[in-house]
Design a protein. Structure first.
Length: 434
C-alpha cells in the first residue's frame, strides 16, 4: 500500500476546485438500478470508493459508459440477479460502505436483495438495524446467514406504511427511500436523515418520476409509483472536502480560494470554522481564506471552553470533527471535541501528540485540545492513516509541520479525496507518492 512523503512548513497559495460529493455519489449510483432506462450522472468524483461502486455495478451487468472521468451513463436493463449471492459480490461489497445501499433499489425493483457485510471506515460500531427493520416494516422478510454475514431479503411486494426511524441514519434513510418509491401506497418516514446527500437523492428520484415530499426535512412522504424512468443528475461539491481545505489553509497559514462551493448547501460548516477564529470571505460562490498568522478560538458566552460536537443534519457532520481537531492544535485558546456518533474515531490523536500537539484524550468520544498559538511547529513523523478523515487530518498536520513526514496506508485517503497529491502540489505543497 502506498505512502505520502510530505515536507512541511510551506505556505500554500492558489485556487482549488472541490470534487463532487463522495457520500452523495454513493447514494446516486445505487439509485440507477431503479430503472431500466439510461441515467446520466455528472460531477462524479474520481475516487477509490466511487470507482469500486461503479465496478460493482458493472459486475452486476449494469451497462456503464464512461463519457469522461466524471460523467457516466448507466443502464440497468439486464441485472444479473444470480451474481448477488456470489463470492465476488461479497468481496467487492466489503470494499466500501456505500454498497449497502444497493439493497433498497434491488428490493423495490426485483423483490429480493442480498446485503453482505459492507466495508468503509472502521470507526466504531456501524449497525445495519435501521436498514433491516425499515425494510421489514415495508413488508420484506430477512434471513441472516451467520456463516458468511449475508442478510438475504425477499418480499412479495412492498407496502407503504408509517415508519419512525430509531435514529436518522444517513445510508439507512437513503436505502428506505429507494425501497419505498415503488412500494404500493404511501410511506411516511419520520426522523429521516436530511443531509444534502439525501436532498439530492430525493430530487433525482422525483425527476425519475417518484413522488417524494418533505425533502430537506425529517418527515418524508412518499407516494409509491409503478415505474421510474431515466434522468440526468449533477452531483453537488463535496462539503467535507471544502471543510478539509478550509482547515488546511488555516493550519498552513495559506491564502487559498475554494471555487464554486455551493454555499447554500454548506449549512453550519463555515460558521464552525469561524468559531475557531478562522477568517472566511464568501465571494459569489467561492470561499477565500486569507493568510492568517493566528486564529483565536471563541469561547462560550459565559467564557467557558467551546465544545464542538457532531449531530445529524442540519447539525455538524461527524466527518469534519477530525479536521476541526487538527486545526485547533495551532489555535489560540482551547477546544473540546466531542465525537458522539462513533467511538473509535479519535484515537489518531496519539499521532498528533507525538508531533508535539497538546491534546488530552478524555475518553474514546472526547478530546480536549490546548492550542499551541504557533509558539512552535508540529514535528514531522512517520504515521499511518487509520481512516479517511483522520488520514486527511494527519496530512494537514504534516503539511504544517517542521521536517519530513511519511503517511502510510493512503488508500484510506484515496477512498475519498480525488488526486489529492497533484491538487496540493498545484498549491505549492511538497508532497509525493512513494
Ligand atoms: C457512505 C456514507 O454516507 N457514510 C456516512 C454515513 O454513514 P452511515 O449511514 O453508515 O452512518 P449512520 O448515519 O447510519 O450512523 C453512523 C453512526 O452514528 C450513530 N448515530 C447516528 C445518528 C444519531 O442520531 N445518533 C447516532 O449515534 C449510529 O448508531 C451509527 O453508529 O453517515 C455518517 C454519519 O453522518 C458519516 O460519518 C458517513 O461518512
Ligand atoms: C466515514 C466515512 O465514510 P464511509 O461511511 O464510506 O466509511 C466518511 O466519508 O467520512
Amino acid at each position: 500500500m502506498g505512502s505520502f512523503e510530505v515536507i512541511g512548513g510551506k505556505r500554500l497559495k492558489g485556487e482549488i476546485v472541490p470534487q463532487g460529493a463522495k457520500n452523495e455519489a454513493l447514494q446516486i449510483l445505487c439509485a440507477v438500478i431503479l430503472t431500466d432506462e439510461k441515467v446520466t450522472i455528472s460531477n462524479i468524483p474520481d475516487i477509490l470508493d466511487v470507482n469500486n461502486l461503479i465496478d460493482l455495478l458493472a459486475a452486476m451487468n449494469v451497462k456503464v459508459e464512461r463519457l469522461d472521468r466524471h460523467t457516466c451513463v448507466f443502464q440497468a436493463d439486464d441485472v444479473n440477479l444470480n451474481y448477488l449471492r456470489s463470492e465476488d459480490f461479497r468481496s467487492r461489497s466489503s470494499r466500501l460502505r456505500g454498497s449497502v445501499m444497493l439493497a433498497g433499489p434491488m428490493l423495490a425493483r426485483f423483490k429480493k436483495a442480498f446485503i453482505p457485510k459492507p466495508g468503509g471506515d472502521k470507526i466504531g460500531r456501524r449497525p445495519l438495524d435501521t436498514h433491516i427493520l425499515s425494510f421489514e416494516k415495508l413488508g420484506a422478510e430477512y434471513v441472516y446467514h451467520s456463516d458468511d454475514g449475508f442478510f438475504h431479503l425477499t418480499t412479495n411486494g412492498l407496502q407503504g406504511t408509517y415508519i419512525l426511524l430509531d435514529e436518522p441514519s444517513v445510508t439507512g434513510t437513503a436505502n428506505l427511500v429507494m425501497a419505498a418509491v415503488m412500494a404500493e401506497g404511501t410511506t411516511t418516514i419520520y426522523n429521516a436523515a436530511c443531509e444534502p446527500y439525501l436532498q439530492q437523492l430525493c430530487k433525482m428520484l422525483n425527476h425519475m418520476g417518484a413522488n417524494i415530499s418533505g425533502v430537506g426535512s425529517n418527515l418524508l412522504t412518499i407516494q409509491g409509483v409503478e415505474k421510474l424512468h431515466g434522468t440526468e443528475h449533477h452531483m453537488l461539491p463535496d462539503m467535507i472536502e471544502i471543510g478539509s481545505f478550509i482547515g488546511l489553509a488555516a493550519m498552513t497559514q495559506s491564502d487559498i480560494t475554494i471555487k464554486n462551493v455551493g454555499h447554500e448547501h454548506l449549512g453550519v460548516i463555515p460558521d464552525r470554522f469561524r468559531q475557531l477564529g478562522i477568517q472566511l470571505n464568501v465571494i459569489d460562490d467561492d470561499i477565500h481564506i486569507p493568510e492568517q498568522d493566528l486564529y483565536e478560538v471563541k469561547t462560550m458566552m459565559d467564557g467557558g471552553v467551546l465544545t464542538m460536537y457532531d449531530h445529524p443534519w442540519p447539525g455538524l457532520t461527524p466527518d469534519l470533527l477530525s479536521i476541526i481537531l487538527v486545526v485547533a492544535t495551532q489555535a489560540k485558546g482551547s477546544l473540546l471535541v466531542h465525537q458522539k456518533m462513533f467511538e473509535s474515531r479519535l484515537f489518531f490523536v496519539d499521532k498528533l501528540i507525538e508531533m508535539g500537539a497538546q491534546i488530552i484524550l478524555c475518553d474514546p468520544h472526547r478530546a480536549a485540545i490546548i492550542g499551541l498559538e504557533r509558539r512552535y511547529k508540529l514535528r514531522g513523523i512517520k504515521m499511518s492513516s487509520p481512516d479517511i478523515r483522520a488520514g486527511v487530518a494527519l496530512l494537514i498536520a504534516a503539511l504544517s509541520a517542521e521536517g519530513t513526514s511519511v503517511i502510510q496506508n493512503i488508500d484510506q485517503i484515496d477512498r475519498g479525496y480525488q488526486y489529492i497529491d497533484q491538487r496540493l502540489q498545484a498549491l505549492g505543497a511538497e508532497i509525493k507518492r512513494v
